[in-house]
Design a protein around this ligand. Structure first.
Ligand code: URP
Ligand code: ZN
Ligand code: ZN
Length: 473
């Protein structure tokens, strides 16, 4: 801390928050924003934003990094490469998942995940939990203790054999969220419907990647979304439905909001920029690159998601970065083989491209305001998961996590990205903006051309209680 002056002044910024856009200089001391004002005295270092837009560093509240998988599958990104990619794409806080194994302890999962992160992260991080085995000990002891220690959100799966909870288990787990003030995130897809459809497709020899979308039609998401809302209503607890893909789930969420229920919603770039056709229009294996759940839908559903981003239905815009290499025996070709869609690791990379995609097509495309962009990508996730106002805004006292935007057109290619994945689903898309500078805690981590590594710069953030109320209607 230098009481006599600023460590850094970002001059001539056009600052965007979730509430306003205004011009000022940003004075930074000790990694935090010390002053916002015009004509600040010279700092030890200076960056001239030259009237460019400056937004809070992104908070990616749904990403998967170095999450243990069943062999041979392994995630390509750990906390080093994953947070490197995040920083280069303007994201300065990540919240990946410490996942309990069925039969294992939640506490052990958290301890293990800290080991995976420590000394590696380039940006700050918090953890969500994944509750896959809500035993009496987990519900009565482990979960309440972990919530008190700053792990104030957890994900509940309604699908995937190794993760899913039945309705009774969901009710028990939601009751803990209510009692201790945690945020429950729900992956809403009906597991039995998916299994039934998958078996029928397999019996007919339809096992190419594109049939993944046939096994997970929108009704399986709609039914599970409806059920999740009903279960949350029964317990009287807020929930957040993650990775909402299209109209039928959106309708359920609008219905819930209209009835005064506290149902938050998240969506992701894949539901704006991909369609089921990206999983293949024939039986080629290339589509495995875009296999994720729920699957991308169609153009009409993309528009429904845009509308929900514009009108406040969605609280949070996350990447759901789930990094698996395509040409790899630990990735999309498990054991080195092109496998039936049931066995393709689910998920796509996107931690680095999340902000630029939404800024380019959302803000510059005239679909959402700049304030809404900031709310969706930084402020709301920070509030939803108890990190605000330290994270997610540009205010005195907040961490100096900032993005200075460069608005220029270019064609996106995987070669310019910094993740450890060998493809991007957005190859060839024309973008109109990219972060020109990313500051994390007042340090330049990305200067528009080069990444400035400092593994261990990123620190663990204990989360406070969630503090968001969704809009009605
Ligand atoms: O397909 C996806 N979304 N994979 C990541 C895990 C999850 O369910 O979010
Ligand atoms: Zn999920
Ligand atoms: Zn996910």
């Amino acid at each position: 801390m230098r009481p006599d002056g600023f460590d850094l002044v970002v001059r001539n910024a056009r600052v965007a928050t979730a509430a306003d856009v205004f011009g000022c200089d940003i004075g930074i001391v000790g990694g935090r924003i010390a002053t916002l004002g015009d004509g600040l005295p010279r700092g030890e270092c200076e960056i001239d934003a030259a009237g460019r837009i400056v937004t809070p560093g992104g908070v990616d509240a749904h990403c998967h990094l170095d999450q243990p998988m069943a062999p041979p599958v392994r995630m390509a990104d750990d906390f080093d490469t994953g947070t490197r990619a995040a920083a280069c794409g303007g994201t300065t806080t990540v919240i990946p998942f410490a996942a309990q194994h069925k039969g294992g302890s939640l506490r052990d999962a958290v301890v293990d995940y800290h080991h995976r992160a420590e000394g590696k992260a380039h940006v700050d991080y918090a953890f969500h939990l994944i509750v896959s085995d809500p035993t009496p000990t987990v519900l009565a002891d482990e979960l309440p203790a972990l919530i008190a220690e700053g792990y104030t959100s957890f994900k509940i799966y309604m699908t995937y054999d190794d993760l899913k909870l039945d309705d009774g288990q969901i009710l028990d787990t939601l009751a803990v969220a209510r009692q201790y003030g945690a945020m429950a995130m729900i992956h809403a897809e009906n597991a039995d419907c998916i299994e039934w459809l998958t078996r029928k497709l397999e019996a007919a020899g339809r096992t190419a990647p594109r049939f993944h979308a046939h096994a997970r039609p929108m009704l399986v998401e709609r039914e599970a979304t409806h059920r999740a809302i009903a279960l949350a209503e029964l317990v009287d607890v807020p929930i957040l439905i993650v990775h909402v893909s299209g109209r039928e789930a959106v309708e359920q969420i609008r219905w819930a909001r209209g009835h005064g229920l506290q149902v938050h919603a998240e969506t992701c770039p894949q539901y704006l920029f991909l369609t089921a056709e990206d999983l293949g229009i024939d039986d080629s294996y290339q589509g495995a690159r875009c296999v994720c759940s729920p699957p991308p839908r169609d153009k009409a559903n993309q528009q429904v998601i845009w509308d929900g981003l514009a009108d406040g239905l969605f609280t949070v815009f996350s990447s759901d970065h789930a990094p698996f290499r395509y040409e790899a025996p630990e990735g999309k070709k498990p054991g080195g083989r092109e496998v039936p869609f049931r066995h393709i690791p689910n998920g796509i990379p996107g931690i680095e491209t999340r902000l630029a995609l939404l800024y380019s097509e959302g803000v510059l495309g005239g679909r959402i305001t700049l304030e809404r962009f900031v709310a969706l990508t930084a402020t709301n996730p920070a509030k939803a998961y108890g990190l605000h106002p330290r994270k997610g805004t540009i205010a005195i006292g907040s961490d100096a996590d900032l993005v200075i935007w460069d608005e220029r057109e270019f064609v996106l290619g995987n070669s310019r990205l910094h993740h450890a994945v060998d493809y991007t689903p957005y190859e060839g898309i024309t973008l109109r903006a990219w972060p020109g500078v990313t500051l994390a805690g007042g340090e330049v981590v990305w200067d528009g051309e080069r990444f400035h590594p400092r593994a261990g710069r990123g620190r663990f953030l204990a989360c406070a209680a969630p503090m968001l109320r969704p809009r009605r209607g």
